[in-house]
Design a protein around this ligand. Structure first.
Ligand SMILES: Nc1ncnc2c1ncn2[C@@H]1O[C@H](COP(=O)(O)OP(=O)(O)OP(=O)(O)O)[C@@H](O)[C@H]1O
Ligand SMILES: [Mg+2]
Length: 455
């Protein structure tokens, strides 16, 4: 700041004083002279105070200018937009990030109502941002501004209220950053996620259709055999019927007369009668096979648990294992390890079927094993019960292990297995909240295991 006035330096007033007293010594008496000296000393003091104040002021001013430059620099450097509004929504100050967003100079913005620079469609979003409220109440929102080239990108806005020293609401400070890019990325992600879900559903659907296809093909294959021999037998029986009718006509004298014995021979009546037994038996067997397959299919078509009850594991395992061992009529080294007083809630009949299936499979697998040994165990592991059925048979063939749970997969001879046992068991265990799995032991034998939640 340039100096406007010249104040005497500290020693200057002293010499001035001397000059006055020397020159006018004769005119002034001593008293007056003392008063003058006093006045001039005071003046000198005031001058030097003023001088000090001026220097101080200059310092303060320089500091203030520096602080202001610093604040301005900071505000201008932030990439977020900044808008200061008064209580009526009139713009008081903006930073260059906001000017840049609008493509307008500060003079073109300051003094305008904030509503005039935002996108018309966002007017309702502006209201809560300008609302008077307490100091700690920061409000979030989203706005688009009306810029030179149309509507701006979407901005995430924080609105902080301003208050004067008496605590009265005097406006808001809005800060914001563009989120259009983020929003677009999020939307793209959202879309991709949807696509993925749809593809997954489609895949599951395709897998379902494929396994349905396999099931239907299996059912067709299984039914084809007994149906074809029932069909063949019926054809033969129809041919036989014609011969028998002709012979009976001869017996009752309705047909052409002749030797009955010759007729009986030429119509092969005796062979026919002999064939009747096996034909009917075969047809019966075919019908039984068909009804068995249908029964199995109906059994596996349940998708619900049915009746749920409290099931005691010790009782379940003992009865199921004994049942399976008794029907298979074999001598095996049987070991049952079950913790007493374990309970689960489920359908006892279905769980019984699972254990029977697994034990029967193990017994079948150990047919060629010298000292067949079966271990069935159920132990509590936290909130679950782990079931294991282990045998010392040949184990599951490496190539088969991924197929054994498929419907109609069997390595047994026709009539010895339908290949539905494991598939049904898998479904039941899953309905009960578990997962049936199979592994081969390190020293041979197969182990089937699953866990179910404790009741
Ligand atoms: N403990 C086991 N050890 C070795 N292989 C096994 C064992 N259990 C099952 N398998 C294999 O899994 C196949 C499928 O078993 P699954 O119980 O589904 O049908 P299955 O026993 O052949 O016929 P079903 O049970 O309908 O009478 C069996 O044919 C057998 O090859
Ligand atoms: Mg089986």
């Amino acid at each position: 700041m340039p100096k406007a006035t010249h104040f005497p330096e500290a020693g200057e007033t002293e010499s001035l004083l001397k000059l006055i007293t020397n020159r006018g010594a004769i005119e002034f008496d001593h008293e007056r002279e003392g008063a003058w000296i006093e006045v001039i000393r005071k003046m000198d003091e005031v001058y030097s105070d003023l001088l000090r104040y001026e220097v101080d002021l200059e310092h303060k001013n320089a500091e203030l200018e520096e602080a202001q430059a610093f604040v301005t620099n900071v505000i201008e450097s932030v990439s977020d937009i900044l808008i200061v509004c008064d209580a009526k929504g009139l713009v008081q100050q903006v930073n260059s990030a906001f000017q840049h967003t609008l493509g307008r100079g500060v003079a073109d913005i300051v003094g305008k109502n904030i509503a005039d620079v935002i996108d018309d469609a966002d007017n309702t979003r502006l209201v809560p941002l300008l609302k008077p409220r307490s100091a700690s109440d920061v409000v979030d929102g989203e706005l688009r501004f009306s810029s030179e080239g149309g509507s701006s990108d979407l901005f995430a806005i924080n609105s902080s209220p301003r208050h004067d020293h008496r605590g009265r609401f005097i406006g808001v400070v809005l800060t914001g950053r563009p989120i259009g890019e983020l929003r677009r990325a999020y939307e793209a992600l959202h879309k991709a996620h949807h696509e993925l879900q749809r593809a997954q559903r489609q895949l599951v659907e395709q897998e379902k259709m494929a396994s349905l296809g396999r099931l239907v093909a299996g059912v067709a294959h299984e039914l084809n055999n007994p149906i074809s021999f029932v069909y063949g037998n019926i054809h033969t029986l129809m041919r036989y019927r014609t011969a028998i009718v002709a012979y009976l006509d001869a017996v009752h004298g309705k047909g052409k007369a002749g030797d009955l014995a010759v007729q009986r021979k030429s119509l092969r009546i005796d062979e026919i009668l002999e064939d009747f037994g096996p034909l009917i038996e075969g047809t019966m067997e075919g019908a039984v096979r068909i009804s068995e397959i249908v029964k199995n299919l109906r059994r596996l078509s349940f998708s619900k648990l049915g009746e749920v009850e409290r099931v005691n594991i010790e009782r379940l395992i003992n009865t199921a294992v004994l049942w399976a061992v008794r029907t298979k009529q074999v001598r095996i080294d049987l070991q049952i390890e079950v913790e007493p007083e374990l309970w689960i809630s489920g359908n006892e009949g279905q769980l019984h079927q699972v254990i029977v299936n697994l034990v029967e499979n193990a017994i079948d697998a150990m047919r060629g094993t010298e000292l067949p040994r079966l271990v069935v165990s159920a132990v509590r592991k936290g909130s679950e019960i782990l079931f294991r059925i282990s045998d010392n048979g040949p184990g599951i063939d490496k190539d088969h292990i991924s197929h054994i749970f498929e419907p109609f997969f069997t390595t047994k001879r026709v009539g010895e297995g339908t290949g539905l046992g494991l598939w049904i068991s898998y479904g039941i265990v899953r309905e009960h909240g578990g997962e049936l799995s199979a592994t081969n032991g390190a020293d041979g034998g197969a182990t089937f295991s699953f866990t179910l939640p404790v009741a």
